[in-house]
Design a protein around this ligand. Sequence first.
Ligand SMILES: Nc1ncnc2c1ncn2[C@@H]1O[C@H](COP(=O)(O)OP(=O)(O)OP(=O)(O)O)[C@@H](O)[C@H]1O
Length: 635
Amino acid sequence: LSETESLLKFKKSLIIGRAGALESWDRKNPPCKWIGVLCHNGYVWGLRLENIELLGSLDIEALMGLKSLRSLSFMNNKLKGPFPEFKKLGALKSIYLSNNQYDVKIPRDAFEGMGWLKKLYLEQNKFSGEIPMSVATIPKLLEFRIDGNRFTGQIPEFTHELNMSNFSNNALSGPIPKILSRMDQKMFEGNKGLCGKPLDSECYSPYNISPEHKASSKKKSSKFFYIVAAVVAALLAILIILGIIIMLCRRKRNKQPLLSQEPGPSSLQKRAGIQEGDKGQSSCHSLKPTTKRMTHTTKLSFLRDDKGKFELQDLLKASAEILGSGCFGASYKTVLSSGSMMVVKRFKHMNTVGTEEFQENMKRLGRLRHGNLLPIVAYYYKKEEKLFVCDFVEKGSLAAHLHGHKSLGQPSLDWPTRFNIVKGVGRGLLYLHQNLPSLMAPHGHLKSSNVLLNENYEPLLTDYGLIPMIDEESAQELMVAYKSPEYLKHSRVTKKTDVWGLGILILETLTGKLPECFQQADKKSEHDMASWVNSIFQGEWTQELFDQEMGKTNNSEAEILKLLRIGLSCCEVDVEKRLDIREAVEKMEDLMKEREGDDDFYSTYASEADGRSSRGVSSEGINFSWNDSSHQGIK
Ligand SMILES: Nc1ncnc2c1ncn2[C@@H]1O[C@H](COP(=O)(O)OP(=O)(O)OP(=O)(O)O)[C@@H](O)[C@H]1O
């Protein structure tokens, strides 16, 4: 459809309360002359339909023909209905829905794929439910307002700081994420359950308890105490009886393990109908088949409840697909009856860790919330069997994209996407360091197959926080942290060991080469990817060093060199001279800020996500000489 036809189709879908408001929308004149249509170089880049008493819902699909559309404002109307599917317009930079009558929940994935969105204004509606998780991972988001709605639940962990945000006057609860703690208090006022900085109320438990609540609960507490004591006593009696029954049953079962005696994946595999030929690559261990079948109910321990509760058998009912077999065991993809795609990872080499220690560590991992970490949904613990369950991540691993994209039939990752990925990895790593301070290397196993990419190509770290649970000998043999120079030379692992892992990941991402290829059979050798890069890099652009498939944008050579230097500073052999994780992330953020406002910094995936190419993002199409100040007219 032409721009004229698309706009007329959109007009037809609108219910306009103010008579004659869009009279100028007529084939007689070009759309750039129509009221509320903003153009640049003859193309429509914005719609500003404010204060015209728009009723009903918005038909976003009608606007998909406007390839240069970057800004939408429907402020001060009476719009209602389902949340508009803005993500179909993946190149939008600003959305203004302020002061309307939306009273729905916004779907969790409403903003997925919106890699260009900078401004999102949803204030003064009646939106309810949780703030959608996909908002927190919009990579370029700078301004976000939801004040004066009915949002509930916690504020999600944003992946970066915002220039401006307002969460006031909702029903939000729980701790304010650290990354927002420097904002003005006023932006959080009017939410009784929120706690933590910048508010004065401290978080005592996951949720703050208000002073009134404390006073009234004191009065009630003595009466309550007797009731609780009676209930606890009754429960204890029931538990003891149940315990005795379970013990008797177990004895009868003759100590048969729940999945199989064989620590390989094959019972799962057989159960799931996986053929021997389907096994994928095994990097460390081969899989051995077994004929034992799982016959008992297996109780999973849940760390999150957003997927509902299910049993291990539910995961195995459907046919499963083996994703690969790593150093610790194999990973399987399977589908729950709800349609959710899950991954079950089987862990070997966790035999010396005791139940309590294991569960303590899992709880600690379960408390982590960050947009660049893949959460563990549930786990299964038995002496002879340890399984982790998490979401299936659509685009697979960074390793597959860097080294196997051709066999996957996918285009190679371009430079902006690669930069965004390593930046996200750094942010995830920094969060782990802040929240798992007691671990010597809070990730410990950072490598490109443990960086998964969601549909927006945002990185999600996996297999983090494992060091305390892996048997020491196996850890030394298999885990990335133990391949660092400080471990090989001095048998030391420190916080900066993770930074070395980040450095190697940066070099791998820029060169497209596999780090394993540089490791010598002799593990004590100092030869690694960093020393290879150092031997070639003379401070200037060197063709042979970089993966030619990442392509170029304006200035990309200079930026790529800057990132390479950051990577090398993370790979300093001398731990004292090596950057710490905060410095590494800050350097990447600075590089990002230099890029801010440069709209040529375009990722091919941003437009592919909504299945269309955009004139505005190609080098020969319109340029982005208009900047966000031109949006001032809209807001
Ligand atoms: N949740 C997931 N979603 C999509 N792919 C996954 C998921 N978890 C793992 N994978 C992929 O499955 C494959 C096997 O993963 P697995 O974690 O078992 O081994 P690995 O990462 O290769 O090695 P290691 O065991 O040392 O971590 C890898 O390619 C990994 O990227």
